[in-house]
Design a binder for this molecule. Structure first.
Ligand code: UDP
Length: 244
């Protein structure tokens, strides 16, 4: 029997594929259950090793999905394969589709004001069945309690939190208990991609698992952040060797 979770450097990843996971989330929406979802890449895993508070925040999540091929490869290395990556951006698209079909409500939180407005406008246009519960850009005062109150009052079925890592998990972790229901999911720079501000890698590159490389070429300023990838691989392989 395959286990429900696969642990990579102490982070429990849900052992699922995109389609099944969307069904799982739809069930939570139907039952009006409050659900915290983290879409974790190697950067997030490495950060959890260095920051115990962040690790505690991750422990509040009901689900942590494999956001990126690095996690899927690491799962294979530790001998507990994950079927595929379940990325934040793909979850956003599938949740929009499912919300369109079921007339669910969505709150959009994050990114610069212009990107946010373009995201909401495109979502309305392409998924007319969705209800917009509200939106707020990602540059707000963290001590302002009006924003979580606004979301609580709107009681959305889904809240896309696009504040980038680690802010989005910290924000959800700090407020999740204040809400009665809703899928709260951290989706990084997805609004930038959805609005067309940042281009996603062409499908060919995605299929070849080279999306990370495309991002590096397009946004060279990210190279420093990417240094974590070889470190992540070395840590996974090193820990495995120690266990033998
Ligand atoms: N962002 C935000 N508030 C902040 C800082 C960043 O809303 O205080 C947004 C930013 O505009 C961008 C996203 O968060 O839309 C971060 O994207 P990035 O690609 O850096 O995140 P990652 O996917 O790597 O977590």
């Amino acid at each position: 029997m395959t286990s429900k979770f696969v642990h990579i450097l102490g982070v429990p990843f849900v052992n699922t594929n995109q389609k099944d996971f969307i069904n799982t989330l739809q069930n939570h929406i139907a039952r009006q259950e409050r659900t915290f979802v983290v879409t974790a890449n190697p950067e997030i895993v490495m950060h959890s090793l260095e920051d115990s508070q962040y690790k505690q925040t991750l422990a509040k999540a009901q689900y942590i999905t494999a956001d990126g091929i690095g996690i899927v490869k690491a799962a294979a290395i530790v001998g507990e394969p994950l079927p595929e990556r379940v990325s934040g951006y793909d979850l956003m698209l599938d949740l929009l589709e499912s919300a369109h079909n079921n007339h669910s409500s969505i709150f959009f939180l994050g990114a610069a004001e212009e990107v946010l407005q373009q995201t909401v406008a495109k979502a309305k246009r392409e998924y007319p069945g969705i209800k917009i519960a509200g939106s707020h850009n990602g540059f707000f005062d963290w001590h302002d309690h009006l924003l979580p109150q606004k979301i609580k009052n709107a009681a959305p079925d889904i809240v896309f939190v696009a504040l980038g890592f680690p802010r989005q998990e910290q924000w959800i972790g700090a407020h999740i208990e204040e809400f009665d229901k809703g899928i709260f999911i951290g989706i990084g720079g997805s609004f930038d991609v959805f609005s067309g501000t940042v281009k996603r890698a062409p499908e060919m590159w995605q299929k070849m698992n080279l999306e990370w490389f495309y991002r590096l070429v397009k946004q060279p300023s990210r190279w420093k952040r990417m240094l974590v990838l070889p470190k992540f691989a070395a840590t996974v392989i090193g820990r495995k060797a120690l266990r033998k």
